[in-house]
Design a binder for this molecule. Structure first.
Ligand code: WQD
Length: 335
Protein backbone atom coordinates (compact mmCIF):
# COMPACT_ATOMS: atom_id res chain seq x y z
CA UNK A 1 0.00 0.00 0.00
CA UNK A 2 1.24 3.55 -0.69
CA UNK A 3 0.85 5.72 2.41
CA UNK A 4 1.36 9.47 2.65
CA UNK A 5 2.65 10.36 6.12
CA UNK A 6 2.24 14.04 6.96
CA UNK A 7 4.59 15.14 9.73
CA UNK A 8 6.68 12.08 8.91
CA UNK A 9 10.00 13.53 10.15
CA UNK A 10 8.56 14.25 13.58
CA UNK A 11 8.89 12.13 16.75
CA UNK A 12 5.90 9.80 16.29
CA UNK A 13 5.81 10.21 12.51
CA UNK A 14 9.40 9.04 11.99
CA UNK A 15 8.89 5.96 14.16
CA UNK A 16 5.68 5.15 12.28
CA UNK A 17 7.45 5.49 8.91
CA UNK A 18 10.08 2.97 10.10
CA UNK A 19 7.33 0.50 11.04
CA UNK A 20 5.47 1.06 7.73
CA UNK A 21 8.65 0.32 5.77
CA UNK A 22 9.25 -2.78 7.88
CA UNK A 23 5.75 -3.94 6.82
CA UNK A 24 6.76 -3.40 3.14
CA UNK A 25 4.47 -0.42 2.57
CA UNK A 26 5.51 2.35 0.16
CA UNK A 27 5.84 5.58 2.12
CA UNK A 28 5.90 9.22 1.04
CA UNK A 29 6.71 11.85 3.68
CA UNK A 30 5.30 15.37 3.65
CA UNK A 31 6.68 17.72 6.30
CA UNK A 32 7.34 21.48 6.51
CA UNK A 33 10.25 20.87 8.96
CA UNK A 34 8.93 23.56 11.35
CA UNK A 35 9.44 21.24 14.33
CA UNK A 36 11.73 18.54 12.94
CA UNK A 37 14.93 18.20 10.92
CA UNK A 38 15.80 16.72 7.52
CA UNK A 39 18.37 14.60 9.39
CA UNK A 40 15.41 12.55 10.67
CA UNK A 41 14.75 11.49 7.05
CA UNK A 42 18.37 10.41 6.66
CA UNK A 43 18.13 8.42 9.90
CA UNK A 44 14.89 6.74 8.74
CA UNK A 45 16.65 5.75 5.50
CA UNK A 46 19.63 4.48 7.49
CA UNK A 47 17.43 2.30 9.71
CA UNK A 48 15.27 0.97 6.85
CA UNK A 49 17.96 0.74 4.17
CA UNK A 50 15.51 2.41 1.77
CA UNK A 51 15.19 5.83 0.15
CA UNK A 52 11.94 7.55 1.13
CA UNK A 53 10.36 10.18 -1.17
CA UNK A 54 10.17 13.45 0.76
CA UNK A 55 8.24 16.63 0.02
CA UNK A 56 9.02 19.73 2.10
CA UNK A 57 5.47 20.99 1.86
CA UNK A 58 3.27 22.84 4.34
CA UNK A 59 -0.27 21.47 4.59
CA UNK A 60 -1.58 25.02 4.08
CA UNK A 61 0.09 25.03 0.62
CA UNK A 62 -2.76 23.54 -1.46
CA UNK A 63 -0.71 23.56 -4.66
CA UNK A 64 2.11 21.71 -2.94
CA UNK A 65 -0.22 19.14 -1.42
CA UNK A 66 -1.93 18.69 -4.81
CA UNK A 67 1.44 18.07 -6.47
CA UNK A 68 2.08 15.16 -4.10
CA UNK A 69 -1.23 13.53 -5.06
CA UNK A 70 -0.64 14.32 -8.74
CA UNK A 71 2.77 12.64 -8.69
CA UNK A 72 1.90 9.61 -6.54
CA UNK A 73 -0.93 7.09 -6.40
CA UNK A 74 -1.74 7.28 -2.71
CA UNK A 75 -3.96 4.69 -0.98
CA UNK A 76 -4.19 6.18 2.51
CA UNK A 77 -2.92 9.04 4.67
CA UNK A 78 -1.54 8.98 8.20
CA UNK A 79 -1.85 12.59 9.36
CA UNK A 80 0.57 13.71 12.10
CA UNK A 81 1.35 17.24 10.87
CA UNK A 82 0.28 19.90 13.34
CA UNK A 83 1.44 22.29 16.06
CA UNK A 84 1.26 20.60 19.47
CA UNK A 85 2.65 22.74 22.30
CA UNK A 86 -0.12 23.30 24.84
CA UNK A 87 1.36 26.41 26.43
CA UNK A 88 2.29 27.99 23.10
CA UNK A 89 -1.24 27.43 21.80
CA UNK A 90 -2.56 29.71 24.55
CA UNK A 91 -0.28 32.55 23.45
CA UNK A 92 -0.81 32.25 19.67
CA UNK A 93 -4.27 30.64 19.26
CA UNK A 94 -4.92 31.96 15.74
CA UNK A 95 -1.74 30.31 14.44
CA UNK A 96 -2.80 27.01 16.05
CA UNK A 97 -6.35 27.12 14.72
CA UNK A 98 -5.24 28.16 11.23
CA UNK A 99 -2.39 25.70 10.98
CA UNK A 100 -4.08 22.65 12.49
CA UNK A 101 -7.67 23.17 11.31
CA UNK A 102 -7.24 24.89 7.93
CA UNK A 103 -4.25 22.67 7.17
CA UNK A 104 -6.29 19.52 7.75
CA UNK A 105 -9.22 20.90 5.73
CA UNK A 106 -6.82 21.56 2.84
CA UNK A 107 -5.42 18.04 3.09
CA UNK A 108 -8.90 16.46 3.14
CA UNK A 109 -10.05 18.56 0.16
CA UNK A 110 -7.13 17.34 -1.93
CA UNK A 111 -7.60 13.76 -0.72
CA UNK A 112 -11.26 13.83 -1.80
CA UNK A 113 -10.30 15.38 -5.14
CA UNK A 114 -8.05 12.36 -5.82
CA UNK A 115 -10.49 9.81 -4.39
CA UNK A 116 -8.29 9.06 -1.34
CA UNK A 117 -10.76 8.60 1.52
CA UNK A 118 -8.79 6.67 4.14
CA UNK A 119 -7.16 8.62 6.95
CA UNK A 120 -5.54 7.75 10.28
CA UNK A 121 -5.61 10.92 12.38
CA UNK A 122 -3.24 11.83 15.20
CA UNK A 123 -5.53 12.86 18.07
CA UNK A 124 -4.68 13.05 21.75
CA UNK A 125 -5.85 12.04 25.23
CA UNK A 126 -6.06 15.77 25.84
CA UNK A 127 -9.59 15.62 24.35
CA UNK A 128 -10.78 13.92 27.55
CA UNK A 129 -10.44 17.33 29.20
CA UNK A 130 -10.89 17.96 32.92
CA UNK A 131 -14.35 16.47 33.51
CA UNK A 132 -13.81 12.76 32.88
CA UNK A 133 -12.36 10.31 35.38
CA UNK A 134 -9.66 7.85 34.24
CA UNK A 135 -9.40 5.18 32.96
CA UNK A 136 -10.62 7.04 29.89
CA UNK A 137 -13.02 5.30 27.48
CA UNK A 138 -13.52 6.37 23.87
CA UNK A 139 -17.23 7.20 24.21
CA UNK A 140 -16.69 9.71 27.02
CA UNK A 141 -17.58 13.34 26.17
CA UNK A 142 -14.70 15.41 24.85
CA UNK A 143 -13.60 18.92 25.78
CA UNK A 144 -10.43 20.95 26.04
CA UNK A 145 -8.71 23.53 28.21
CA UNK A 146 -6.47 25.13 25.57
CA UNK A 147 -6.47 25.94 21.84
CA UNK A 148 -4.22 22.97 21.01
CA UNK A 149 -6.68 20.62 22.70
CA UNK A 150 -9.61 22.32 20.97
CA UNK A 151 -7.99 21.74 17.56
CA UNK A 152 -7.99 18.01 18.32
CA UNK A 153 -11.61 18.07 19.56
CA UNK A 154 -12.70 20.01 16.48
CA UNK A 155 -10.75 17.90 13.99
CA UNK A 156 -12.25 14.70 15.41
CA UNK A 157 -15.68 16.29 14.79
CA UNK A 158 -14.75 17.54 11.31
CA UNK A 159 -13.51 14.09 10.21
CA UNK A 160 -16.65 12.48 11.66
CA UNK A 161 -18.86 14.96 9.76
CA UNK A 162 -16.87 14.26 6.59
CA UNK A 163 -17.83 10.59 6.82
CA UNK A 164 -21.47 11.47 7.59
CA UNK A 165 -21.59 13.55 4.40
CA UNK A 166 -19.68 10.98 2.33
CA UNK A 167 -19.92 7.43 3.75
CA UNK A 168 -17.07 6.26 1.50
CA UNK A 169 -14.62 7.77 4.01
CA UNK A 170 -12.80 5.51 6.45
CA UNK A 171 -11.41 7.34 9.49
CA UNK A 172 -9.36 6.13 12.48
CA UNK A 173 -9.04 8.69 15.28
CA UNK A 174 -6.10 7.68 17.48
CA UNK A 175 -5.94 9.23 20.96
CA UNK A 176 -2.32 9.10 22.12
CA UNK A 177 -1.45 9.18 25.77
CA UNK A 178 2.15 10.14 26.61
CA UNK A 179 4.58 8.85 23.98
CA UNK A 180 8.22 8.53 25.16
CA UNK A 181 11.31 6.43 24.41
CA UNK A 182 13.03 5.92 21.06
CA UNK A 183 13.86 3.38 18.37
CA UNK A 184 16.29 0.72 19.69
CA UNK A 185 19.01 1.95 17.28
CA UNK A 186 19.17 5.33 19.03
CA UNK A 187 19.12 6.93 15.56
CA UNK A 188 15.68 8.55 15.98
CA UNK A 189 13.92 9.81 19.08
CA UNK A 190 12.26 12.81 20.72
CA UNK A 191 14.19 15.89 19.58
CA UNK A 192 12.27 19.02 20.65
CA UNK A 193 13.44 22.52 19.72
CA UNK A 194 14.60 24.68 22.65
CA UNK A 195 13.76 24.01 26.31
CA UNK A 196 11.48 20.93 26.44
CA UNK A 197 7.90 21.34 27.64
CA UNK A 198 7.38 17.62 28.21
CA UNK A 199 8.70 15.57 31.10
CA UNK A 200 10.92 12.97 29.45
CA UNK A 201 12.98 15.21 27.17
CA UNK A 202 13.47 17.54 30.15
CA UNK A 203 14.57 14.70 32.44
CA UNK A 204 16.87 13.45 29.67
CA UNK A 205 18.59 16.83 29.38
CA UNK A 206 19.07 17.03 33.16
CA UNK A 207 20.62 13.54 33.08
CA UNK A 208 23.16 14.50 30.39
CA UNK A 209 23.92 17.77 32.19
CA UNK A 210 22.43 20.15 29.60
CA UNK A 211 19.87 21.40 32.15
CA UNK A 212 20.62 21.76 35.88
CA UNK A 213 17.42 20.66 37.57
CA UNK A 214 13.92 19.34 36.86
CA UNK A 215 10.99 21.33 38.29
CA UNK A 216 8.34 18.87 39.45
CA UNK A 217 5.04 20.64 38.92
CA UNK A 218 3.29 19.92 42.21
CA UNK A 219 3.35 17.06 44.73
CA UNK A 220 -0.04 17.77 46.28
CA UNK A 221 -2.22 15.88 43.79
CA UNK A 222 -4.50 13.06 44.91
CA UNK A 223 -2.06 10.42 43.61
CA UNK A 224 0.08 7.79 45.40
CA UNK A 225 3.12 10.08 45.77
CA UNK A 226 1.36 13.40 45.14
CA UNK A 227 2.93 14.00 41.72
CA UNK A 228 1.13 13.86 38.38
CA UNK A 229 0.26 10.44 36.95
CA UNK A 230 0.28 9.77 33.21
CA UNK A 231 -0.01 6.80 30.84
CA UNK A 232 3.45 6.69 29.24
CA UNK A 233 3.64 4.59 26.11
CA UNK A 234 6.74 3.56 24.14
CA UNK A 235 6.79 5.42 20.83
CA UNK A 236 7.47 2.15 18.97
CA UNK A 237 4.35 0.58 20.50
CA UNK A 238 2.47 3.69 19.44
CA UNK A 239 3.88 3.43 15.90
CA UNK A 240 2.78 -0.21 15.68
CA UNK A 241 -0.70 0.88 16.74
CA UNK A 242 -0.83 3.03 13.60
CA UNK A 243 -0.05 0.05 11.39
CA UNK A 244 -2.88 -1.88 13.04
CA UNK A 245 -5.24 1.09 12.62
CA UNK A 246 -4.24 1.44 8.95
CA UNK A 247 -4.92 -2.23 8.28
CA UNK A 248 -8.21 -1.92 10.14
CA UNK A 249 -9.52 0.90 7.98
CA UNK A 250 -8.59 -0.73 4.67
CA UNK A 251 -11.58 -2.67 3.31
CA UNK A 252 -14.10 -0.86 5.52
CA UNK A 253 -15.68 2.59 5.86
CA UNK A 254 -16.81 4.50 8.94
CA UNK A 255 -15.23 6.29 11.89
CA UNK A 256 -13.53 4.53 14.82
CA UNK A 257 -11.84 6.04 17.85
CA UNK A 258 -9.02 4.22 19.64
CA UNK A 259 -7.08 4.97 22.82
CA UNK A 260 -3.42 4.13 22.31
CA UNK A 261 -2.10 3.80 25.84
CA UNK A 262 -0.86 1.09 28.20
CA UNK A 263 -3.71 1.45 30.68
CA UNK A 264 -1.14 1.98 33.47
CA UNK A 265 -0.41 5.25 35.29
CA UNK A 266 3.11 6.31 36.33
CA UNK A 267 3.98 9.33 38.48
CA UNK A 268 6.59 11.99 37.82
CA UNK A 269 8.79 10.75 40.66
CA UNK A 270 8.49 7.15 39.43
CA UNK A 271 9.65 8.33 36.00
CA UNK A 272 12.62 10.15 37.59
CA UNK A 273 13.61 7.00 39.49
CA UNK A 274 13.26 4.81 36.37
CA UNK A 275 15.34 7.21 34.29
CA UNK A 276 18.08 7.33 36.95
CA UNK A 277 18.12 3.50 36.92
CA UNK A 278 18.28 3.36 33.11
CA UNK A 279 20.95 6.05 32.74
CA UNK A 280 23.00 5.55 35.89
CA UNK A 281 22.81 9.33 36.26
CA UNK A 282 21.36 11.46 39.07
CA UNK A 283 18.38 13.58 38.03
CA UNK A 284 18.25 16.62 40.32
CA UNK A 285 14.76 17.94 40.92
CA UNK A 286 12.85 20.41 43.05
CA UNK A 287 9.15 20.50 43.86
CA UNK A 288 7.46 23.67 42.62
CA UNK A 289 3.82 24.76 42.20
CA UNK A 290 1.36 23.03 39.90
CA UNK A 291 1.43 23.89 36.18
CA UNK A 292 -1.76 25.62 35.00
CA UNK A 293 -4.06 23.24 33.13
CA UNK A 294 -2.49 20.05 34.48
CA UNK A 295 -4.71 17.27 35.82
CA UNK A 296 -3.79 14.81 38.56
CA UNK A 297 -4.17 11.55 36.63
CA UNK A 298 -4.57 10.54 33.00
CA UNK A 299 -4.50 6.95 31.76
CA UNK A 300 -6.30 4.84 29.18
CA UNK A 301 -8.79 2.05 29.00
CA UNK A 302 -7.11 0.44 25.98
CA UNK A 303 -9.53 -2.48 25.60
CA UNK A 304 -11.14 -1.29 22.34
CA UNK A 305 -7.78 -1.22 20.52
CA UNK A 306 -7.05 -4.70 21.84
CA UNK A 307 -10.47 -6.02 20.77
CA UNK A 308 -10.79 -4.40 17.34
CA UNK A 309 -7.17 -3.87 16.30
CA UNK A 310 -5.54 -6.76 18.13
CA UNK A 311 -3.06 -4.17 19.48
CA UNK A 312 -1.59 -4.06 22.99
CA UNK A 313 1.36 -1.98 24.19
CA UNK A 314 4.19 -4.40 24.96
CA UNK A 315 7.04 -2.28 26.36
CA UNK A 316 7.34 -1.14 29.97
CA UNK A 317 8.66 2.00 31.67
CA UNK A 318 12.18 0.55 31.97
CA UNK A 319 12.22 -0.14 28.19
CA UNK A 320 11.05 3.42 27.53
CA UNK A 321 13.71 4.99 29.77
CA UNK A 322 16.46 2.70 28.45
CA UNK A 323 15.68 3.55 24.83
CA UNK A 324 15.17 7.24 25.59
CA UNK A 325 18.54 7.39 27.37
CA UNK A 326 20.22 5.50 24.50
CA UNK A 327 18.93 8.11 22.03
CA UNK A 328 19.91 11.21 24.00
CA UNK A 329 23.30 9.84 25.00
CA UNK A 330 24.03 9.21 21.29
CA UNK A 331 22.53 12.57 20.25
CA UNK A 332 23.24 14.98 23.14
CA UNK A 333 22.65 17.97 20.87
CA UNK A 334 19.72 16.43 19.01
CA UNK A 335 19.72 15.35 15.39
C1 WQD B 1 3.70 14.93 32.14
C2 WQD B 1 3.74 15.07 33.67
C3 WQD B 1 3.51 17.34 34.42
C4 WQD B 1 7.31 18.70 32.70
C5 WQD B 1 1.13 16.89 27.05
C6 WQD B 1 -0.01 17.33 26.19
C7 WQD B 1 -0.57 16.15 25.45
C8 WQD B 1 0.53 15.47 24.69
C9 WQD B 1 1.64 15.04 25.65
C10 WQD B 1 0.58 16.33 22.44
C11 WQD B 1 2.71 16.06 34.20
C12 WQD B 1 4.89 16.79 34.78
C13 WQD B 1 6.23 17.92 33.07
C14 WQD B 1 8.18 19.21 33.70
C15 WQD B 1 6.84 18.15 35.37
N1 WQD B 1 1.06 16.31 23.70
N2 WQD B 1 6.00 17.65 34.38
N3 WQD B 1 7.91 18.91 35.01
O1 WQD B 1 1.08 17.50 30.06
O2 WQD B 1 0.65 15.00 30.32
O3 WQD B 1 0.66 16.01 28.04
O4 WQD B 1 2.10 16.24 26.29
O5 WQD B 1 -0.25 15.58 22.00
O6 WQD B 1 -1.56 16.60 24.56
O7 WQD B 1 -1.03 17.84 27.02
O8 WQD B 1 2.79 15.80 29.28
O9 WQD B 1 5.21 15.57 29.62
O10 WQD B 1 4.18 17.89 29.74
O11 WQD B 1 3.77 16.26 31.59
O12 WQD B 1 6.62 17.89 36.58
O13 WQD B 1 9.19 19.95 33.43
O14 WQD B 1 5.01 15.59 34.05
O15 WQD B 1 2.97 18.13 35.48
O16 WQD B 1 2.24 15.58 35.45
P1 WQD B 1 1.24 16.12 29.54
P2 WQD B 1 4.06 16.43 30.01
Amino acid sequence: MTVLVTGGTGFIGSHTVVELLKEKHNVIIMDNLCNSKLEALHRIEQISGQKVPFYQVDMLDKEGVTRIFEENKIDAVIHFAGLKAVGESVTIPLKYYHNNITGTLTLCEVMAQYGVKKIVFSSSATVYGMNNQPPYVEDMPTSATNPYGYTKVMLEQILTDLHTADPEWSVSLLRYFNPIGAHESGLIGEDPNGIPNNLLPYVSQVAIGKLPCLSVYGNDYDTPDGTGVRDYIHVVDLAKGHIKALNYLMGRTGVEIFNLGTGKGTSVLEIVAAFEKASGKKVNYKIVGRRAGDIASCYADASRAKKLLGWVAEKNIDDMCRDGWNFISKNPNGL
